[in-house]
Design a protein around this ligand. Structure first.
Ligand code: ATP
Ligand code: MG
Length: 273
């Protein structure tokens, strides 16, 4: 289970990317995080996998505080955090199967970790992961021979091969054409459901988020302004998420604030906006 508590990130240049983010999510949920450019979506995911230190607040994964970890402890925790990048982050000159096996690196101990030897168990798991995304037939291909959609499927397989507690995807389909975006989102959601892993997906494409995710979290200027079911995303709420401007639409003017919800609009609050 993931718990984010009052998370704040102020970058060294003084930019407050996250003001106070709180959310909880459980195994099996597929959650889309939406918001305009600069809202803080990537910063949030980077905090969850410990790449970005928090200025204050906590990220708890199964009760362990990621924000307080460093060095070896953080490396060990990252073993359980799968990450999918917009630009795939594959090692282009290596075969697909070797790329997927890198998802097992955190589990490879002893001499094997130095010589790049993976046990039969690791290899079987990597092949199984490729099969899940229908890429088994490309196992021996060099990664640079693959199309964008295929590369993203391999990166999903690599993340799944980690046997993660949580899967984080930052704009996983932003580099793909509309048809491939549909297919890759469908694959990502299907595989996440099959293995029952909590999945957070930063995505700009609202229709895809609504189609494939169980829950939507809308972020504007470093705070959560919507957290609820996809069908609660009314045009008024989308306006709050995407057209939010602190000069013309201060958050404090919302009914949600007046009722002490700190600007978070839940499904139940939709009628008031
Ligand atoms: N390393 C950094 N140093 C200073 N400011 C940063 C840094 N990284 C991000 N920011 C700023 O923090 C804010 C949030 O950035 P973030 O990348 O999290 O937004 P985002 O919602 O992912 O945007 P996008 O949709 O464009 O990817 C932005 O104002 C951005 O300019
Ligand atoms: Mg981003």
């Amino acid at each position: 289970m993931l718990e984010v508590k009052d998370l704040q990130v102020i970058y060294p240049n003084g930019n407050e990317a996250l003001k106070s983010i709180s959310l909880q999510a459980s195994a099996g949920e597929i959650v889309a995080i939406i918001g305009r450019s600069g809202a803080g979506k990537s910063t949030l995911l980077r905090c969850i996998n410990g790449l970005q230190p928090a200025s204050s607040g906590q990220v708890l994964l199964d009760g362990e505080n990621i924000t307080a970890m460093g060095g070896g402890q953080l490396r060990k925790a990252r073993r359980y955090i799968g990450f999918i990048w917009q630009e795939y982050n594959l090692v282009e000159r290596l075969p697909v199967i070797t790329n997927v096996l890198t998802g097992r690196l955190g589990y490879n101990t002893g001499i094997g970790s130095f010589v790049g030897y993976f046990s039969r168990e690791h290899r079987e798991l990597a092949l199984k992961s490729l099969e899940r995304v229908n890429m088994l037939h490309r196992a021996t291909f060099r990664a640079d021979r693959l199309s964008g959609g295929e590369k993203q499927r391999v990166s999903i397989a690599r993340a799944i091969a980690q046997e993660p507690k949580i899967l984080l995807a930052d704009e996983p389909v932003a580099s793909l054409d509309p048809e491939l975006s549909q297919q890759v989102m469908a694959d990502l959601a299907r595989v996440a459901r099959e293995v029952g892993v909590l999945t957070l997906i930063n995505i700009h494409h609202v229709e895809l988020a609504k189609e494939y995710c169980d829950r939507i979290i809308g972020i504007a200027q470093g705070v959560v302004v919507y957290d609820g079911a996809p069908d609660g995303l009314t045009s008024a709420i989308l306006d709050r998420i995407y057209r939010f401007d602190k000069h013309t639409h201060p958050l404090v003017e919302t009914p949600a604030q007046n009722m002490g919800w700190q600007g978070v609009v839940s499904n139940q609050a939709v009628g008031g906006i």
